[in-house]
Design a protein around this ligand. Structure first.
Ligand SMILES: [Fe+2]
Ligand SMILES: [Fe+2]
Length: 169
């Protein structure tokens, strides 16, 4: 992913160049691609990298492709600027209990981005459902950030692939 200078702008969204979204356009329905386009350039680039990684490993079903591209769509419009993302990584590493406290219901407050990040899998699954994605894609998005043991065995193989590619991208 190409990082560019962003004159006159400090936002995370504006600080990353737009990726080539053709693989997403080819893999998604028109409605799902519209949803994909609601994500920041950085998150679009991350999602495309996850799909690329999966495709490098072997065949990828349409449901898993869509989940790779949309798994973080719940973060769109969540106010997750670079300072918030940095703070989340630091809090997760050093003060997880503090992060947990910050993630409660917080609409309209400065804490809202913490909540958006914490609940992005649920929010993303709802958005995918509304965009007409398959139930398997919706489930993969919903559970991409939970422990595999908590998920039905039917989903496990795809979910494990998605989580591994997500962590590596
Ligand atoms: Fe995620
Ligand atoms: Fe991700």
């Amino acid at each position: 992913m190409q990082i560019s200078a962003a004159p006159g702008s400090g936002s995370y969204r504006d600080s990353v160049a737009s990726p080539d979204t053709r693989p997403a356009q080819e893999a998604l329905s028109a409605e799902a691609f519209e949803l994909f386009r609601t994500m920041s350039a950085a998150d679009q680039g991350h999602a495309l990298a996850v799909l690329r990684l999966l495709r490098g490993e072997g065949p990828v079903s349409p449901d898993l492709s869509a989940a790779a591209l949309l798994h973080d769509v719940g973060k769109a419009d969540g106010g997750l600027t670079l300072p918030y993302r940095t703070a989340i990584v630091l809090l997760e590493t050093f003060w997880p209990q503090t992060l947990k406290r910050l993630c409660g219901y917080a609409e309209g407050s400065w804490r809202a981005p913490f909540a958006a990040d914490a609940h992005h899998a649920v929010i993303g699954a709802e958005r995918c459902l509304a965009a007409g994605c398959s139930m398997r894609t919706v489930a993969l998005v919903r559970y991409h950030d939970v422990a595999l043991e908590a998920v039905s065995s039917d989903l496990c193989v795809d979910l494990e692939r998605l989580k591994r590619a997500d962590d590596a991208s």
